[in-house]
Write a protein that binds this ligand. Sequence first.
Ligand code: ATP
Length: 374
Amino acid sequence: MDHDAYLERLGATTDEPADLFEHFEQRSFDGRTYHVLTDARHGLERGTVIVEDAETVIRGYPSIPRLLVLEPGVPSFFEDAETVAVEEKLDGFNVRIADVGEPLAFTRSGYVCPYTTARARKLLSLEGFFDEHPEKTLCAELIGPETPYTTTDYEGVDTHDFRVFGVRDRESGNPLSVVDRRAICETYDFNQPRLFGRAPPDTAAAELVRDAIDELDAAGREGVVMKSEPGDAMVKYTTEAQHHDELAYAFSLPFDHGRDFVFSRLIREAFQAAEFDEDEARLQERAHDLGESILVPMVEAIQDVDDGETIGHRHTVRGDADSIDALFDHLHDQSMTIELESDRREDGQRVVEFVKVAESSRDRIAHYLEGGTR
Ligand code: ATP
């Protein structure tokens, strides 16, 4: 690889190629080699990819900062924007789809996911899009109850589907504006996250975001991403329902999820309660729900291990047999322990139910149940 040439194309903030390229890892997919930046550094996002045989650079998807309070968070974050567009934040799996001679779906950390690649080719009209926009990347969320990564239900999505929330120049990472992206996606019939509306930064929180959050919370959905127009600034804010779901998810496997994961959700919840919960009764209700989302899944996990059941995250996937085989190779490559629960054919497709076994939680819980000490 010509490091000097790629250093320039990437626009990294170092003049020393070695500073950057020692952090690229070589990977392969279907006999093709690509290089992935494993951590954000020198102004580049984690998951930035170079596909050498296609001489292509695909910048990583940027990290979206989070607000803990809407007032004065929204007006101060969007100080320089004319308008703030408020879109739903969906709970799924982020992929960047780029055409490197063939369309490939890259995960946030820069792996080609064979399953998501196959599904994207099937469900999105990629040929038409990349014929017209070969230099772009589609940033999409794979959502629905049947994916290998998340299981959140969305009305109207029986198994899985994509929602395109960004169209970016693959090499510079520059995004299209929300207006332009929404128009292009409509042209190609790409589904997108719901747009709640637009408002000036000073009034967006009170006029749009609070109502959107209330509505999403009542429906058990995740939250919103606010995007500046013009510009590329983005910030996220999530619902109480999401905080509780994520805590329940983490505590259902208490020794597999990091303490940071749990602590950050508690902090989000505390700031939201301080801003939203004016009366004591509302705060008590939140405290009760929060406690339930921590304790109940943990007790269930202990009981499951006691009953000899496998604990872990359960997923169902459906698709053609080859892409499902490739998915399991991909998951094994990532050192996951997978247990198959069922493998059948339905409507000409292979449908597999499996568990990503949570070995740390299983072993620690078993140790304590046998009378072991901490
Ligand atoms: P970070 O963004 O800080 O790296 P993270 O990976 O935990 O953290 P999330 O908290 O899940 O990210 O939020 C960012 C992700 O939200 C994006 O990467 C994208 O996959 C997803 N997302 C869902 N809906 C949207 C949307 N409408 N606009 C932008 N991103 C969205």
